[in-house]
Design a binder for this molecule. Sequence first.
Ligand SMILES: Nc1ncnc2c1ncn2[C@@H]1O[C@H](COP(=O)(O)OP(=O)(O)OP(=O)(O)O)[C@@H](O)[C@H]1O
Length: 357
Amino acid sequence: MHAAIELTQVSKRFPGAAEPAVREVSVAIAPGEIVALLGPSGCGKTTTLRLIAGFERPDTGAIAIAGRCVADGNGTFVPPERRGVGMVFQDYALFPHLSVADNIAFGLGHLSSAERRSRVDDLLALTGLEGVAHRYPHQLSGGQQQRVAIARALAPRPHVLLLDEPFSNLDTELRTQMRAEVRALLKATETTAILVTHDQQEAMTVADRVAVMLQGRVEQIDTPDVVYHFPATRAVARFVGQGTFVPARVAGDVAESDLGRFGLENPAGPQLVELLIRPRDVSLEEDSEGIAVITSRTFNGAEYTYLVQLPCGVQLLSNQPSHVDLAPGTRVRVRCNRSRLAAYDADARIGLTAPRG
Ligand SMILES: Nc1ncnc2c1ncn2[C@@H]1O[C@H](COP(=O)(O)OP(=O)(O)OP(=O)(O)O)[C@@H](O)[C@H]1O
């Protein structure tokens, strides 16, 4: 089966810019899959989305949608309206003078009026908007406006749906609810979708796979849990989530650190590696013989965030449930979830084998 969307070595540099906005991006997205493009401001997420939509042309590389080449560096270019792509923008871009039903019907001019009415009814039902079909956008809540934008984009049955920061105009509570709702809707309609966001939690809760973009490149594309626990590079590890890098000295095929001894898959590697550990994967236990000392404690409402001084000089970040109440100055034993440790040489992740005592 064809990928629903396939980018092959796509690059784009804007005229006059010193650096390309998008560099050699290759990604294949399966039919029905939701992928988030996650990265800091300016990393090239929106440009990638605009290249897929047909608002920008790639300098080199190729883009295929549903198996058809829509753009390449040799002059092939299918305009946006003929790509079978639906867009949902940050501000929803609803037509203020059209009712909800007419907004949804907007892209259905090619259908008979009976077919159009039936399709609009289906989408009103799917998005739970039946009760507000005759209202105008200014008479809707933020969540309802977003549903109209999605219903309108889905109405012509696009091959793919592109969503650019679609939750950023909603308040925190509604945003959490709409993320779950939009994911359920995309899954129920088996829609292939790409979501652009700079918000890690959003990427991880909505998408099947997360593509982390940094400086125009896709540094890693994988499931949310792999991206979180096993970032492919240090740069991804720094961008995604909180965590601590703990140095480990390599002796033969073993790396020794304040978190314990670990076997190395490739013992011919560097002399010094670093272990990445996430705050939830550390547990602390009061122990007068422990090697670490609590330096600070902050209560965030659900749990404590501790900073713990290790002998190697590193301050380890640790999140603990609120019943683990340790005062600064307490000597502790540190245990980590060894199956969730990632190790890095100068930049890339290296393999660990079984723990060594
Ligand atoms: N039309 C344009 N002309 C020139 N440079 C542009 C244009 N659009 C984007 N850029 C530049 O390309 C780079 C990538 O921008 P892009 O908008 O794709 O990033 P982004 O990751 O979506 O960021 P944000 O989250 O801030 O929207 C930036 O350096 C930006 O300034």
